[in-house]
Ligand binder design. Sequence first.
Ligand SMILES: [Zn+2]
Length: 380
Amino acid sequence: MLNKKFKLQDTLDVYISEVEADKVLVTFSRMTTRERLEITTHRDVATFLARLNGEQTATELLTTLGHFDTKQAVTLLGFLQSKHLIYEVDNKETENPRYSRQIAYFDDMVLNQSGSESQQKLQTKHIAIIGCGAVTGAMAEILARAGVEKFTLVDDKKVHQSDLHRHLFCRMNQIGSYKTDVLADYLKRINYKIETTIFRERLLPKTDLNHWIADDVDLVINGCDEPYIGHTSLKIGRFLQTKNIPMYVMGGFDAHLMSSGELVFPPRTPCIDCCQQTFQKALADWKPTYTEVEKPDILVKEINDISVNQEKLFDIGGSGGLSVMSLFSANLSCLRIIQFLVGDVKFNYKTERYEYLIDKGEMTVFEMMKQAKFCELCNG
Ligand SMILES: [Zn+2]
């Protein structure tokens, strides 16, 4: 251990104050979590900490301080590492400079593994996004910037002029191009290593999801809110449950423009049927509004009828909103998704949907529950 190079975590502020002759109080303050740790120690230890620059080995540094006890030095380094106060330089910056700051964050927040391991896990994930809109497009960007390198993108629609104010991955010269292609190109510019598989297709009741969802997919994000996200989530969620693949149902649509979505991954969370039951109970007097098509049975009939103008049938604009609202929803969702993907053991599987009420300045929570009598999957 003593022949390795160490550095203080980049997210730490360290204060040293005098106590008595050879003793000092060292206060570590973590900027990410605001956690504080205080130790009273010998002045030499404080000097050693101040000189940890990642350029000299621990032995070289300790030698400059004069005589030292090898056993005590190993104990000290072990203690500092176990408290996530220092890290081995060779394990971080030199291996992955692109993500070094994010790795420092993971080092502080995900305590069951090193920051590098968290980063590595993220980079091996395969995310499938069904419906490439304003919110899911922003989610794809956040995940790509965080390090995800493999995406499946599904959407049959083309970019319209009216998409430009909220679909931040779209540009004027891309009007008329397929959203999947535009998003794939955008992600590739963030990271040339990103691989995308594209399906310019529409989710229909008869769609065989095996065709879109490969066995190595780690998470499906359902952003398909046409005709109504509850219906599409039921179809996708029931399919994914047979494959043990988690689904994240997008938020930030219809009347809930500033909301997270929720993770559905039974039996850790309620299954998709229980989530729907929770909604039905809570919203007993409320019916989903279809922006252009009022009744789903008519819609189902019409989508099988090639004489109907399909573009018009599905060109549902929604009630509309600001780009900040889509970004808020995407950010809130991805905070949870990234914690889930890196495998943080502290991840809370409560299936909660958060919504920010702009007029009240309040964040509200709606929790989905397992339905005791109704569901075998959740209570079997
Ligand atoms: Zn259930």
